[in-house]
Design a protein around this ligand. Sequence first.
Ligand code: HEC
Length: 151
Amino acid sequence: MKRTATTFAALCLTATAATAEVAPADVMYEDGAIAASLTGAAGNADQGRKIMTDKSMGNCVSCHAAQAYSDVPFPGEVGPVLDGAGSRWTEAELRGLVVNPKVMFEGTVMPAFYKVDGFTRPGDAYTGKAAPADLPPLLSRPRSRTWLPFS
Ligand code: HEC
């Protein structure tokens, strides 16, 4: 089956409420890859597409173009075009890339979407203030978020 980056975003980041979730601090990497789903739940391509294209969620489109969401205007060019990413990378590598790409690409500008510590200068959304002590991950189960990701 051909995999897409969208599927993998969903695979990593969606879960049903009843499923156990591996906490960010407990994620195990092997050369940047994560062997198994962190939620135990299967991916959902539709949900993945929503996460990738929604500004309040993954907003992957701000840096990555892809055929799968060519209907979304003005994709960013900071990151590589994601077409074919499902063939270039294994499932475990893609999971690691979304959860914390800085493990594989040290110093990358791509945000770590499931990380809660080790940020350089975390901010509190657009307030110009420092983030509160405990930062939630950017993406996990559906929930709201009020702070900015970059580190
Ligand atoms: C701030 C910009 C930015 C955002 C937002 C971003 N990325 Fe990236 N991404 C990058 C860059 C830059 C790279 C290349 C890695 C490097 O060398 O720094 C990359 C690499 C990747 C790769 C490997 C690329 C390939 O084709 O080989 C995948 C897959 C990926 N990103 C998926 C995602 C997903 C899924 C999201 C959203 C959940 C996302 N990215 C959000 C900047 C971004």
